[in-house]
Design a protein around this ligand. Sequence first.
Ligand SMILES: Nc1ncnc2c1ncn2[C@@H]1O[C@H](COP(=O)(O)OP(=O)(O)O)[C@@H](O)[C@H]1O
Ligand SMILES: [Mg+2]
Length: 303
Amino acid sequence: MKIAILSNGNGNYSTKRLVEEAKKRGHEVRVIKYRDCYASIEKNNPTVSYRGVDLSGYDAIIPRIASNMTRYGTAIVRQLEMQGLYTVSSSIAITRSRDKLRSLQLLAKAGVGIPKTIVSRNSTDIDSLLEKLGDMPVIIKLARGTHGNGVVLAETKKAAKSVLQAFYLTNEDGTNILLQEFVKESAGTDIRAFVVGGRVVASMKRQSLDDDFRSNLHKGGEGTVIKLTDEEKKMVIKAAKAMGLNVAGVDFMRSARGPLILEVNSSPGFGIEKVTGRNVAAPIIEYVEINAKRRNKKDKVGA
Ligand SMILES: Nc1ncnc2c1ncn2[C@@H]1O[C@H](COP(=O)(O)OP(=O)(O)O)[C@@H](O)[C@H]1O
Ligand SMILES: [Mg+2]
């Protein structure tokens, strides 16, 4: 098969691993810097070119879109979808995953456990909103934050109020702001489950090293192997499905009322391989092999 990996960093570990596994399985694979692609929008003839070459000859694409390039990256993926190319992650699923509010709405609707969350646009009602969430502290987060930036722990009502006011002021028409119950049972820890095609292929616990409440590896968190319970496995698989993602990094926290999902990542990093010793690149290539063939065959018979 001819596989295109849409990634801006071909020196990146995840990209390298995908290339390695695709080659090992006999595929022709190329890393396409989607930042340098252009789309030509024309009646009945959508095309995407990269360095003067039309991308329509690929059998499958694996998007690895960076969060700060979501708009452009998903526009390129969407255009390729419109040409009928098979993509392991759809543009709409990637877009959903980049908005925590939109994701939580979908997850809640699917019956997946999430921390109690409120979204509002002004702070006049703050006391009653905080009451709905229960005890202090509370978490305040930007719907489009990443790497732990944009997540604040407010210890008191006064702090919550002033943080919210500051956020509203600087975000008049921008990103939504979420008020969230603080999951105290496992503060400073969360679990990343790597899901491929409805199967958990690796899982790790992330623990903040200092007294930070955020366990992001980018914030100095440390990963260790962890085994998921059957309930947790079912929940993370359901979460990936609700988001429409075939490849997903599902992050959750353990709580007294079961697993609570924080977010679902559409381009999960492969650093989890180093922590767990599990191969996550191979299952992705295998998934692409089966599904791209199935899709392309189906298209030929017009089903
Ligand atoms: N409701 C919460 N209760 C306790 N800790 C939280 C909560 N939400 C986030 N955290 C901590 O903050 C980290 C970052 O939050 P997250 O929602 O995943 O945003 P980001 O996209 O920036 O990673 C999480 O990994 C977790 O450790
Ligand atoms: Mg996170």
